[in-house]
Design a binder for this molecule. Structure first.
Ligand code: FMN
Length: 212
């Protein structure tokens, strides 16, 4: 098998900005919120999409994109089907890493921590705020499970649409990651990127610069 693209030659320089220790605030959630504000301006559609990496009990990792739906001092929240692959992995092994890549800003942020389900009230409230089509889609899909064809999914959607009212299923809801570690990465020229890691300690956040 031969490939037509020479991917080895694809590279770019990162020269937009630098990151100094003195520019960081001591609370990484506030630092994240500053970067998120800038990301929302630079790329409003995709700024909140993040890679969620989980691992099963044998240690195999798996990663996929989800949308960040909230963050504050308690943690970082997204919504999904609890019976999906990620949902099952998080039940078995409630640890994860979130990764944001903000291409336009030449930045990435990694956030690692333990994960817990949000309250049922919080999930129901968010579910009800979604457009009806998304609510129906969430109910119709047994996320991550095989299906013989798309028609079956469309039939379920049709039936739910006729019924009109959709309730938040008990297997659908939010997860919240409580951060233990952050990394803020700013691309620099010649691969000499700026990286700062925040690690939670009993006395607060410990900040150190990492080699690129
Ligand atoms: C931009 C984007 C946003 C997504 N947002 C979500 C989300 O918020 N929740 C979700 O369950 N899946 C979301 N997905 C789909 C997931 O990437 C994934 O296909 C799905 O959740 C099943 O993953 P799993 O089988 O590993 O559990 C999104 C996909 C993309 C590309």
């Amino acid at each position: 098998m031969s490939n037509t693209q020479d991917v080895s030659a694809v590279r770019r320089e990162y020269e937009l900005d630098g990151l100094e220790r003195s520019a960081l605030v001591s609370d990484p959630v506030i630092q994240f919120s500053h970067w998120m504000d800038e990301a929302l301006v630079a790329d409003p559609n995709d700024a909140t999409s993040m890679t969620l990496a989980t691992a099963d009990i044998s240690g195999y990792p798996s990663a996929r994109i989800v949308l960040l739906k909230g963050f504050d001092a308690r943690g970082f929240t997204w919504f999904t089907n609890y019976k999906s692959e990620k949902g099952q992995q998080l039940d078995d092994n409630p640890r994860a890493e979130l990764l944001f890549y903000w291409k336009a800003l030449e930045r990435q942020v990694r956030i690692r921590g333990k994960v817990a389900r949000v309250s049922r009230e919080e999930s129901v409230e968010y579910f009800q705020s979604r457009p009806l089509g998304s609510q129906i889609g969430a109910v119709a899909s047994e996320q991550s499970h095989p299906i013989p064809g798309r028609e079956l999914l469309e039939q379920r959607v049709e039936k739910l649409t006729e019924q009109g009212v959709v309730e938040c299923p008990s297997h659908w809801g939010g997860f919240r990651l409580v951060p233990e570690r952050f990394e803020f990465w700013q691309g620099r020229a010649s691969r000499l990127h700026d990286r700062f890691r925040f690690t939670a300690t009993t006395t607060g956040w410990h900040i150190e610069r990492l080699q690129p």
